[in-house]
Design a binder for this molecule. Structure first.
Ligand SMILES: *Cc1c(COP(=O)(O)O)cnc(C)c1O
Length: 384
């Protein structure tokens, strides 16, 4: 019964959706070739330019984020071309798998999970591979919580015939990644992370350099053909049936983002993640990422605690869904996301749950210590 079943979704996607967007998505479905729908599309296109900080078009597809990653590989590179893949977690591995699937020749930079790639390593790899056509990277690895130095890497690729392709699926709108200013060539996002929407929409912004490659690319593509989608957008429509209801929700979320402004959004995520890290440290627990991002906080499961049991206890007894570790981090970390429709008290919820569950599993931490540290952080921030 719902009355006894209050749930909290604190995983890095899908995320809680604000009521304003939920209500918008409950509206009757409109035919997508009507002029009224074109008007909605035009507004969305304009608002996406603001969010991505670009003058160019942002394409969107009815798919999860991985669809737009695949679209980048298929449109921007041709079989046999060399690409440098930064592999420091589950999603870096995905770039590599996509590149191999499309017959590219990935050159891997393997980074220890929990650490960021160094710009020097990327510079050296570019030097050793002058024929490389692209660098594929995450803004941050959602599997490790680590932020990569995208701005520094963009400075390396900007003047070269190399495309910088950034997976910002859980980063767009969380901290600054000004697309045009940095000179990124392709940047991917997804609806169910920082955009506070249900899963099902993916996005990609493209530079002029990237568009030239998309025009000349020799890999097969059909639904995800950038050229086809660009032509359709120029006629104020989409090539195929768009996810109409999700776009209603997107329109609401983007309006709200424009109302508050990007700076406010970035400050919000910095505050939530800052308070969460303070709470984790106060509990004597260890943060996993050396260079943590603001989208999520990753905590090492303390020695002697069964990670799977911890997640299950939090989910079943307290109805709080955080995420466990992926692949080789399974059972070893807890991932607390700050993404989507969340506020300070969601951080408090996460810390309070962790405190109770750890004690129940025999790892004693002082009840309220993490919560108090986060509260103090919020109070101090409020005075600024
Ligand atoms: C979630 C995520 C993905 C995968 O996105 P899907 O929407 O599940 O396809 C890829 N990269 C990063 C960095 C992510 O956070």
């Amino acid at each position: 019964m719902d009355l006894l079943d209050k749930k909290h979704l604190l995983a890095p996607g899908p995320v809680p959706v604000p009521p304003r967007a939920l209500l918008a998505m409950a509206k009757p479905v409109m035919h997508h070739r009507l002029p009224e729908f074109s008007a909605i599309l035009e507004k969305i296109r304009e608002d996406l330019r603001y969010l991505f900080q670009t003058k160019g078009d942002v394409l969107f597809f009815a798919s999860s984020g991985t669809g737009a990653m695949e679209a980048c590989v298929a449109n921007l590179f041709s079989p046999g071309e060399k690409v440098i893949v930064v592999r420091g977690g589950k999603f870096g591995e995905r770039w590599g798998e996509l590149a191999e699937t499309y017959g590219l020749e990935p050159v891997y930079i393997d980074v220890t999970w929990g650490e960021a790639v160094s710009p020097e390593t990327v510079a050296q790899t570019l030097e050793e591979n002058p024929d490389a056509k692209g660098v594929l990277i995450q803004a941050h690895e959602t599997s490790t919580g680590v932020k990569h130095p995208v701005a520094e890497i963009a400075a390396l690729t900007r003047e070269k015939d190399v495309l910088l392709v950034v997976d910002a699926i859980s980063a767009l709108g969380v901290y600054p990644l000004p697309f045009d200013e940095l000179g990124i060539d392709a940047m991917v996002a997804g609806s169910q992370k920082s955009l506070a929407l249900p899963p099902g929409l993916s996005f990609v912004a493209l530079s002029e350099k990237a568009w030239a490659r998309a025009e000349a690319g020799k890999s097969p593509r059909y639904y995800f053909d950038f050229r086809r989608e660009k032509k359709a957008l120029a006629k104020q429509t989409t090539a195929f049936t768009p996810a109409v209801s999700l776009l209603y929700g997107l329109s609401e979320v983007l309006s709200r983002i424009r109302e508050v402004g990007l700076e406010t959004l970035f400050a919000h995520y910095a505050r939530l993640s800052g308070a969460c890290r303070a709470g984790v440290k106060a509990l004597g627990l260890e943060l996993f990422a050396k260079e943590p991002c603001e989208a999520l906080t990753i905590v090492r499961v303390p020695e002697g605690v069964d990670g799977a049991r911890l997640m299950k206890l939090m989910r079943e007894k307290y109805r709080v869904t955080m995420a466990g570790g992926q692949a080789k981090l399974k059972g070893k970390v807890v991932r607390i996301a700050h993404l989507g429709y969340q506020g300070p008290l969601d951080v408090i919820t996460a810390l309070a749950t962790l405190e109770m569950a750890l004690n129940e599993l025999g790892h004693s931490v002082e009840l309220g210590a993490g919560v108090a540290a986060a509260q103090k952080y919020f109070l101090k921030e409020a005075q600024k």
